[in-house]
Structures are given as C-alpha cells and as structure tokens.
Design a protein around this ligand. Structure first.
Ligand SMILES: Nc1ncnc2c1ncn2[C@@H]1O[C@H](COP(=O)(O)OP(=O)(O)O)[C@@H](O)[C@H]1O
Ligand SMILES: [Mg+2]
Length: 226
C-alpha cells in the first residue's frame, strides 16, 4: 500500500455547455509521508479547487484521489465524511473557529459529536496547544485571541485527530511576517516529526524555503517548479 496522497489525472469542470469552465486540467501529484509540498499560482488558477478535491470536500469530474492507497473517488457521503475526519487535517485562510467554544473545546468538539471524549483525547489536545504556545489560553474564547493565536488554534485542531494528510489553503494570508513564519514552521515540524503528507497553497514566496517541492498552478494545470 502506498502511504500518503496520490492524485491521478484529475479534472474539474464547473458549469455546462457553453458555460463550462475547466478549473483543473488533468492534475497529477504524489505526496509521500514526511513530504511538505507548496503550490503557488495566480488567483483563479484552481488552487482551492485542487485542495478541496484532495481533501474530499469536493468531487473531481474525472480522475482519481487516493489516500493511503485507498481510492476516495467513489465513496458514499458517509464514507467521505469519515475520510475527512480521520485522514485529513484542513487549515484554511481564516481560522473558522466556533465563536462560543473555548480554545480547548475547539479541538474536542468533533470528538464530542462522535461520542465520548476520553482523558487521552483531552491530554493530546492540551499537549498540542502547549506545543503551540497556547497553554495560557485553553479557556479563552476566539474573540479574545489575536489573529496569530486563532490560526495556531486552527492548526492544533487540524492535527488533533492525527490525520495522515495535511492541507493548508493560504494559511498565512492574514498574518504578519513573524507569525507567518511561525505557522509554516509549525506545519513543517508536524510533517517531519509525525510523517504527514502535506500540501500548502501560498502566495508568499518567503514561505517556500520550508517546503520540499514547489508546484505552480496556472489555468488549472499543475507543474513542478523545483
Ligand atoms: N463553485 C464554483 N462554481 C463555478 N466556478 C467556480 C467555483 N469555484 C471556483 N470556480 C472558478 O474556478 C476557477 C478556479 O477557482 P479557485 O480554485 O478558487 O482558484 P484559486 O484558489 O487559485 O484562486 C476560477 O475561475 C473560479 O472562478
Ligand atoms: Mg483560493
């Protein structure tokens, strides 16, 4: 079984007939465990569409996505949501925290919906938040956090289920340079220390030195830069 993420020849069309738009044009990529890949490219080139398909949020029109060797192209809605929950950690441009939950509960809410939260779950959540410098913020609500702190909570939330694939869509877009470096360093550390397969979409050339490979997206076509 091949670990990590394998994307084979995916295309995505929006609309039909004369209005059909090719958002992705036969995109292929493999990202192995411990590999941190960046995708750069202009606005509207298909980067978010690509990441959404890689993360089982959106279905491709053609082609195949495999997570740890298993195709997710023909799964039921229920099976897809299980893949998203257990295999994929998503980090978005804005942190999308739940306003009425404190920091610790942001990480535990999904577990809570799925049943009981164990002592081990709580310990892991605390450990992750400690590691991200948020130990004094466990009981804080999002409105009292800075942009950087919110984004770190979102990162901890993406890591808490120990997913094998991490997908980040412009995770530093709302941060200053120092915070941006911190965020990318944290992702890189998780990728290397726990052997995750990670893809980060970014506009920020300065962040690329943390990545193993850089791909360019243009008009839905993905190509390797370095
Ligand atoms: N849900 C949608 N319906 C129709 N067109 C879409 C939809 N989402 C994105 N697009 C179009 O697909 C292209 C790629 O968009 P997107 O993946 O968001 O690019 P990027 O993230 O690189 O800015 C754009 O032309 C965009 O307008
Ligand atoms: Mg986008």
């Amino acid at each position: 079984m091949t670990k990590g993420l394998q994307i084979q020849n995916i295309s995505k069309y929006y609309g039909e007939g004369m209005n059909r738009l090719t958002a992705l044009d036969r995109v292929s990529i493999e990202v192995g465990p411990g590999e941190f890949v960046a995708v750069v490219g202009p606005s509207g080139s298909g980067k978010s569409t690509f990441l959404s398909i890689a993360g089982a949020l959106l279905q491709a029109s053609e082609g195949e996505v495999k997570v740890n060797g298993n195709s997710i192209s023909r799964l039921s809605a229920r099976e897809l949501s299980s893949v998203r929950l257990n295999e994929i950690g998503f980090i978005m441009q804005t942190s999308n925290l739940v306003p009425y939950l404190n920091v610790l509960d942001q990480l535990l809410v999904v577990k809570r919906m799925g049943g009981k939260v164990s002592t081990a779950d709580k310990a892991l959540a605390r450990q992750l938040l400690d590691g991200l410098g948020l130990h004094s913020k466990l009981k804080s609500f999002p409105e009292s956090l800075s942009g950087g702190e919110k984004q770190r909570v979102a990162i901890a939330r993406a890591f808490v289920n120990n997913p094998s694939v991490i997908l980040a869509d412009e995770p530093t877009a709302s941060l200053d340079t120092k915070r941006a470096y911190e965020v990318v360093n944290l992702i890189a550390h998780e990728v290397k220390s726990r052997q995750k397969a990670a893809i980060m979409v970014t506009h920020d050339e300065r962040m690329l030195k943390h990545c193993d490979k850089v791909y360019h997206m243009e008009d839905g076509i993905l190509s390797l830069v370095q």
